[in-house]
Design a binder for this molecule. Structure first.
Ligand code: TCR
Length: 877
């Protein structure tokens, strides 16, 4: 412990200081056979020793000033917390009770009063000491304990600090990660309050924003090579390219060494304030390939004039610490005795004479510190150092205000003031809380808002300097006092990244899902790790990272990329397409052919062939066929109200006309056939009777009359026409009712096919259309039955046969139509329907009329009156 006060007649107030000058406790074997001793410390830390000296420098500066505490001198007592809680607690107790050495004990009242403790280093140490100091309401002013839990004035009533709370730093880090769009980060935290709380808050913030952590590791406090190796393996095994480290440089160092050993490159490290400007890390050889490009947050930097000189002029013999510093810095021994002892122990020197002759390992205190390029004298990054400086000034200003209190106008009971000679700690606490002062040189204004200062960080990027070392290049800042969206300012262009492409690293678990796909979660993995699942047909996603696909509107369909709904193609069988043209041609040809047949018939109206069966029915039949041929054209084209109505109705009525005409015709044929049959049996009987009478000539037998064609036509053409007209009329009436009640109308069929809208005719009512075409079928069946019965009727025009055959063709066509129709989709359904119409019409035309036309035109000799029933007769004659 260092202490020093001036022995002038001025009053003296003592400030306590606590610094982690050593990095750890020396390991002692714990056995309980002898009394335990306070352990030694090891691992001299030049950086923290600079902080210690800065406190002394500030005190010296203040004591030299006449405007600040002119009548009082500041003394100091400094403890080494050794980066360990136990040492910090021990130091605090010593400080308060004065049980150790010549430290004044404020409780006994002897010696100058204690004012405040500056320290105690890391947050975990400060938390421990603040609890003890809080008991006595003793002010503590910390320069580097940034943990957010120390914000609680309830738990730590007298804790103040000149470093911003880590709440700000965690927010700043989270903002940085979000700024660059990283969603897959690894975190490493020291195993202390600083690391744990800092990283916890960071994770909370980023996870809220949808960032995932690939791994979360903890740096051990006690050296553990296995743990460090495990962390390095985790880093290597992870796809996260961004690693956030919340740790002090001391704890981070073993990890850095292992990283160097494993040559872990191509990662970007996000540094917390505690290691971003640490020479202990950045001064490693070959550090740049591993940690180059690191981005970190640093507290405000300052230049403190005179500090460098103070550091360079340090007297090695001043106290044990300066001595140790000197010996560590120059790697030598200051005292002759020690040197000789060391030499003896190593066994190469035997006498004092030898040491004097061989001065190796011995130093004289006159060595040049300036030449050493030591962290201690490096004043380029005075950040925590500046915090120490501010802390000392804060205490000094508070004491100044306390000293200059005007009695009667003081803040305490009845306007009283505290006495600088013997004030109570809570009285000084009052002044510290309400302090507002300007720091010399930097002109920064300091005040404590509930014990904390404003959150302001500089953002640094590790870049290489001309000699291959590290420079901390400022790339922006974080200002916690402005509105949240303006807090982070980063100049992206001035960052040098540590990857091959020198571009913003890409750290995501899964690449973003492009439009056309959606995110599919992976069971048991963080939400940032997902698969991109293509949208199904008819569904799209038009944003990146879509959670789900959107169903397209009924009239729309997804495009090939599934990122846009496009209108479905509208489909109908158009006139202009080849199929349409072909169908039109065929039906026109059919209609023409029918008309030609009709004309031929008309020309030969008076010939026996035409007259054989009611010619009018032939013409209605042909007319019906023209209708069916032509109505197939109406099926083509974009369905309209009128075309839907006409096409179906014309077809139904056309067929009714055709079929009822055929029925009328075949009714005659059938009756003729029956008559012929009757005649035949009668003839047979007559012959038999004749034969019998020949055998017995006595018996006179009257042969029954043999029916003659002309006088026995069993049915009058009027009846035939009546059949035709009635049957057709029934259909016409049915169709009219249909058209009036539920007319067929065009519809858009979106359901049948995904990518198309099929324009088609909706029959309006399925029962109607079924009964109407059912009626046609009925007519067809009846006509066929009649014709079938008459098929063997032997006239030389074979009308029975041809009608039967025509009807068969008709049936075959329509029966095969059903499966063909049902198995086609879209516009081809219409085509199939037209084909069936055309085929059946052609079938009828061809079977019924072509043989007759053949006779009429080519074999006119056969076109003569001939008794139908004459054949058996002529055979007889
Ligand atoms: N607060 C840390 C310790 C720490 C530190 C540093 C240690 C900070 N900055 C610089 C060494 C060097 C910030 C804590 O524990 O609260």
């Amino acid at each position: 412990n260092l202490s020093g006060y001036k022995d002038v007649e001025k009053k003296t107030v003592v400030i306590g200081g606590m610094f982690p000058i050593h990095n750890r406790l020396a390991s002692t074997d714990s056995n309980t056979t002898n009394a335990p001793e306070s352990s030694e410390c090891e691992g001299f830390n030049f950086r923290t020793f600079r902080w210690t000296q800065t406190m002394l420098f500030a005190i010296k500066e203040i004591n030299a000033r006449t405007d600040l505490l002119p009548k009082t001198d500041l003394g100091y007592v400094i403890y080494d917390s050794c980066f360990t809680i136990s040492k910090a607690v021990e130091g605090t107790l010593t400080f308060l009770t004065g049980q150790d050495e010549a430290v004044p004990n404020y409780r006994c009242g002897n010696g100058p009063p204690l004012s405040a403790l500056i320290g105690a280093g890391g947050s975990d140490l400060s938390i421990a000491t603040a609890r003890i100091l809080g008991l006595y309401y003793f002010p503590q002013m910390s320069y580097e304990s940034s943990c957010s839990v120390l914000e609680s004035r309830f738990q730590y009533p007298t804790f103040l600090r000149t470093i911003p709370s880590d709440e700000h730093q965690s927010v700043a880090m989270a903002r940085l990660v979000l700024h660059f769009g990283w969603t897959w980060v690894g975190t490493i935290a020291a195993e202390d309050d600083y690391g744990k709380y800092g990283i916890k808050r960071f994770k909370e913030l980023v996870e809220e924003a949808g960032v995932c952590t690939s791994f979360s590791e903890t740096l051990p406090k006690v050296s553990s090579p296995e743990a460090i190796q495990r962390i390095v393996q985790t880093v290597l095994g992870s796809t996260a390219k961004i690693i956030v480290v919340f740790s002090s440089d001391v704890d981070m160092r073993p990890l850095v060494e292992e990283l160097l050993l494993n040559n872990v490159t191509n990662r970007t490290w996000i540094a917390s304030e505690a290691w971003v400007t640490s020479a202990a890390i950045s001064r490693h050889r070959n550090i740049l390939p591993v940690l180059g490009g690191t981005i970190g947050f640093a507290v405000k930097k300052a230049t403190i004039p005179g500090l460098e000189e103070h550091l360079l002029q340090i007297d090695p013999y001043q106290d044990p610490l300066t001595e140790e510093f000197w010996e560590t810095a120059f790697n030598c021994t200051l005292s002759f005795q020690k040197a000789m002892q060391n030499a003896r122990e190593s066994g190469n020197i035997t006498s004092a004479q030898d040491v004097r002759l061989d001065p190796e390992g011995l130093c004289n205190g006159k060595e040049m510190l300036g030449k050493l390029n030591n962290t201690f004298t490096d004043v380029s990054q005075l950040r925590i150092t500046y915090n120490v400086y501010k802390a000392v000034y804060a205490v000094a200003h508070a004491l100044h205000n306390l000293e200059h209190c005007v009695p009667g106008k003081g803040p305490f009971d009845g306007g009283s003031c505290a006495d600088i000679d013997k004030f109570e700690p809570w009285q000084l606490m009052y002044y510290l809380k309400n302090l507002r002062f300007i720091v010399p040189h930097t002109r920064e204004e300091i005040y404590f808002n509930n014990g904390d200062v404003e959150g302001f960080y500089e953002i640094l990027n590790w870049q290489s300097d001309s000699e291959g070392g590290v420079t901390y290049h400022p790339i922006g800042y974080y200002n916690g006092t402005v509105p949240i969206d303006k807090r982070l300012t980063i100049d992206n262009t001035s960052i040098i990244w540590n990857n091959e492409i020198l571009e913003v690293p890409h750290s995501v678990c899964s690449e973003r899902c492009q439009p056309g796909t959606r995110m599919g979660i992976r069971q048991g993995e963080p939400v940032c790790c997902f698969d991109c699942i293509p949208c199904a047909d008819g569904e799209i996603s038009n944003t990146t990272d879509a959670r789900g696909c959107i169903q397209c509107h009924e009239d729309d369909w997804s495009n090939a990329n599934h990122d846009e709904c496009v209108p479905k193609t509208i489909e109908f069988l158009d006139f202009s397409e080849p199929l349409g043209i072909t169908l039109i041609a065929i039906s026109a040809f059919g209609a023409l052919l029918t008309i030609v047949v009709a004309i031929i018939f008309f020309i030969h109206l008076n010939t026996p062939l035409v007259k054989a069966n009611d010619p009018l029915l032939s013409f209605t039949l042909l007319f019906g066929l023209v209708i069916t041929f032509l109505c197939s054209i109406v099926f083509l084209g974009e369905p309209q109200m009128w075309s839907c109505m006409t096409s179906q109705v014309a077809l139904a009525v056309g067929f009714a006309l055709v079929l009822s005409s055929i029925m009328g015709k075949s009714a005659l044929l059938m009756l003729r056939a029956r008559a012929v049959k009757a005649v035949k049996t009668a003839t047979k009987k007559a012959k038999a009777a004749a034969a019998a009478s020949e055998q017995s000539p006595d018996t006179a037998v009257i042969a029954p009359a043999i029916p003659q064609k002309n006088d026995v036509d069993p049915i009058h053409p009027r009846t035939q026409r009546a059949i035709m007209i009635v049957c057709t009329l029934i259909q016409a009436v049915g169709c009219t009712v249909w058209l009036i009640l539920v007319p067929p109308h065009p519809v858009k069929n979106t359901a049948a096919q995904n990518i198309k809208i099929i324009l088609e005719c909706d029959p309006g009512n399925i029962i109607f259309i079924c009964s109407i075409f059912g009626y046609d079928i009925l007519l067809a069946v009846v006509a066929f039955t009649f014709a079938f019965v008459a098929r063997k009727l032997e006239d030389h025009f074979s009308e029975g046969k041809s009608v039967t055959f025509g009807m068969l063709v008709f049936f075959i066509v329509w029966i095969s139509f059903v499966p063909a129709y049902l198995s086609t989709r879209g516009k081809f359904m219409v085509a199939v329907q037209i084909f069936a119409i055309l085929a059946s019409s052609f079938g009828l035309l061809a079977c019924i009329f072509i043989p007759k036309v053949y006779v009429l035109l080519i074999k006119p000799e056969r076109n003569k009156e001939e008794m139908m029933i004459t054949r058996p007769k002529s055979r007889d004659t």
